[in-house]
Design a protein around this ligand. Sequence first.
Ligand SMILES: NC(=O)c1ccc[n+]([C@@H]2O[C@H](COP(=O)([O-])OP(=O)(O)OC[C@H]3O[C@@H](n4cnc5c(N)ncnc54)[C@H](OP(=O)(O)O)[C@@H]3O)[C@@H](O)[C@H]2O)c1
Length: 277
Amino acid sequence: MAQTVLITGSSSGIGRRAAERFLAEGWNVVATLRDPSAWDGIPDGRLLIHALDVRDEASVEAAVAAGVERFGRLDCVVNNAGAGLFAVFEGTPQAVVEDLFETNVYGPMRVIRAALPHFHRQGGGRIVNVTSTSATVPQSLQAVYTATKSALDGFSEAVDHELRTRNVDVKIVVPGFVPSTNFVAQNYTRFAKVQTPPEYASYLQQRIAVFDAEIPAGYVATEVQAAAAVFEAATDTTGRLRFRVGQDAFGAATSRRLPDADYESWRRSTFDTPCPS
Ligand SMILES: NC(=O)c1ccc[n+]([C@@H]2O[C@H](COP(=O)([O-])OP(=O)(O)OC[C@H]3O[C@@H](n4cnc5c(N)ncnc54)[C@H](OP(=O)(O)O)[C@@H]3O)[C@@H](O)[C@H]2O)c1
């Protein structure tokens, strides 16, 4: 019997590619989107498109129930939906902070709560949570995003201890920068809600210049490669927890493993810029 996966945030980027990858591998796929009419892929008997906003518990429960009703089982959920924010913390309204936590942290928790009764009924299941290298090395001007992805990363590792006793595995996919997705545009849209205090303008411009600099070929992952990491995590039998994708993600992990003093000097030279005189 084919296995069934439910994926959040399937409208674009990694989630969209993951839906295509699982379908190609013979899985039943519940591809969920905030706006299901945005799906423009080819229809397939093993594909159910369903509305799901991770901030809305009722929509999460409805999507999980519809998937189980259609395919008779649920084997894996992929918490891919996520929102970014490239902004100075001091200018970020609390409402924007809370919205990011709703999407990136409480959203995956809602999906997991809705899936667990089905996993337990079947005797097990798998959860794949997409975090970020900002959970490995906290990123400048991404303090709030880093807080959400670090929370999700830590939660995933901790809850895995408990859930493994019930034969439910948690996996963490850690992408570096994946420039082909809508993620950057989405970041800038949310950035419009942030007032940058003038004292940070020069630092912000310097960091944006670094962020926008040309990336060496092959250094960062494509959305297809990130989706492959999601599939690898969903089907892993080795007990591995984290699946990094992109040379930048592996580079961040190497830096993080430096002795504290070396890490500190690497961090300062990477993210600090001289104070304007
Ligand atoms: N791209 C990167 O550089 C990068 C790096 C590290 C980690 N990641 C993580 O990778 C994941 C996928 O992002 P992506 O790169 O593929 O970017 P993307 O193309 O912008 O995809 C983000 C997806 O999340 C969905 N989403 C946002 N808020 C949602 C909500 N409240 N409920 C349900 N869906 C929601 C979006 O749907 P709508 O179309 O409805 O907005 C979209 O489908 C995210 O968790 C992101 O944090 C991305």
